[in-house]
Design a protein around this ligand. Structure first.
Ligand SMILES: Cc1cc2nc3c(=O)[nH]c(=O)nc-3n(C[C@H](O)[C@H](O)[C@H](O)COP(=O)(O)OP(=O)(O)OC[C@H]3O[C@@H](n4cnc5c(N)ncnc54)[C@H](O)[C@@H]3O)c2cc1C
Length: 376
């Protein structure tokens, strides 16, 4: 069927920029490019009926790293690299809050915690490095960051835990609201969001980038930004981006739940928080790293059983609970690097991917850097 002259000049006009992937990175990159180039036609192609990647599947932690995670980073990468990443995460969270507004991202301000299980190996390591870590972080946060708060263990109803560290700089958020707000903002500022538009192939040619979609249609763009994170290997198999599935569950509301805020366990391998009177818990990828190196949606008995065991023994000891929801999301990791990959890979194609488990925090900063890479 032929296109009308109005369609050709409107919906089908050649985009200056196509962003592939409508997660936090893709949407913010499109927004920043549109702001600096108001006359450009900017289109976001999203595989799902709405943003359907990790940005709507995560646990909603506005976090910059727990003490055990940060001390491990310092040991593995050195002080400067570890602190730079904390600063990026902290700045990203502040920019996200300023851009979208606390009410619109469900920022609760209820704090973050790390718990140390009885007899576990982490407490001595953290206790030894604790003061040094706080001193190193002080210039970034302009104050003390972590406090020992063992009295909160009982108050939060936890069991099998000997020590607890708290920070007021971390909080749960509602990433569903965050993404809805972002999508509305992007559309209201003139970016075209096209759902159900999965890209299966693209080629950087002399005059533009040819893009083929799953529905058999094709389009040409002046330039392309790939923001498909954990799914990147389906269109760019040679990039160092490894999919990493994370599994999550949600209990039904627990009467008089005392737990408030975000909690990290076992160096971040597990994480939980309160959500509308219920417990949201995720993690356990370390139990089957090979099996979880996948872009498939789904949950496994092994990992869900481990999550339920943590609920029974540590988070809700002696309490009845029912699981009302289970889901998974796909992150993108590098083989060796924890840094995001933001670069031009051919004259008209750039990528902004590999956000690991911290895209809520750094997504907006990655998008700013990606937008700066694009042509005028
Ligand atoms: C279980 C879990 C818990 C997490 N918890 C936290 C947390 O508490 N705090 C935190 O900071 N981070 C967390 N993260 C990480 C964070 O969610 C991600 O780093 C972030 O959302 C990545 O954003 P993104 O835009 O790069 O990718 P995504 O949100 O995955 O966006 C990529 C988009 O591309 C689309 N897409 C893929 N392929 C194609 C294609 N071929 N054509 C068109 N579209 C395509 C996808 O549908 C998706 O919408 C968690 C992640 C998971 C999975």
């Amino acid at each position: 069927m032929g296109l009308s002259v109005w369609e050709v000049g409107g919906f089908h006009r050649r985009p200056h920029l196509v962003v592939i992937g409508g997660g936090i990175v893709g949407l913010f990159t499109a927004l920043f490019h549109k702001r600096s180039h108001p006359r450009h036609h900017v289109v976001v192609l999203e595989r799902g009926p709405y943003p359907s990647g990790a940005s709507v599947k995560n646990a909603g932690f506005a976090c910059f790293g727990s003490p055990s995670e940060l001390l491990a980073d310092i040991r593995n990468e050195g002080m400067d690299a570890a602190l730079n990443r904390v600063e990026e995460r902290w700045r990203g969270l502040n920019e996200l809050r300023a851009e979208l507004g606390d009410a619109n991202i469900g920022f609760e301000g209820s704090g973050g915690h790390e718990i140390y299980r009885t007899g576990g190996p982490l407490y001595p390591l953290v206790a030894e490095g604790f003061d040094g870590l706080n001193a190193a972080l002080r210039p970034i946060f302009n104050g003390p960051v972590f406090q020992w708060s063992d009295e909160m263990i009982g108050r939060s109803g936890l069991s099998g835990v000997d020590h607890l560290v708290r920070t007021t700089f971390e909080s749960p958020i509602d990433t569903g609201r965050m993404m809805e707000t972002l999508l509305r903002k992007v559309s209201s500022e003139g970016v075209h969001f096209r759902p159900n538009a999965e890209v299966i192939f693209m080629e950087d040619g002399p005059l533009g980038v040819m893009i083929s979609l799953r529905d058999g249609s094709h389009m040409e763009a002046g330039q392309v930004l790939v923001a498909t994170n954990g799914y990147t290997s389906s269109i760019l198999p040679d990039l160092d981006v490894i999919p990493a599935r994370g599994q999550v569950l949600l209990t039904e509301p627990i009467p008089e739940l005392a737990l408030r805020g975000t909690f990290h366990v076992d160096e971040g391998f597990y994480y939980f928080r309160d959500y509308q009177g219920a417990v949201l818990l995720g993690g356990g990828r370390n139990l089957d790293v090979a099996g979880e190196t996948t872009t498939n949606d789904g949950t496994t008995e092994q990992i869900q059983f481990a999550l339920e065991d943590l609920l029974r023994t540590v988070i809700l000891p002696g309490r009845e609970f029912k699981i009302v929801r289970r889901w998974s999301g796909v992150m993108g990791f590098g083989a060796t690097s924890k840094a995001p990959l933001i670069e031009r890979i051919s004259p008209r194609v750039s990528v902004a991917v590999r956000l690991g488990g911290m895209g809520v925090a750094i997504g907006i900063r990655v998008a700013r850097k990606a937008a700066a890479l694009l042509h005028d």
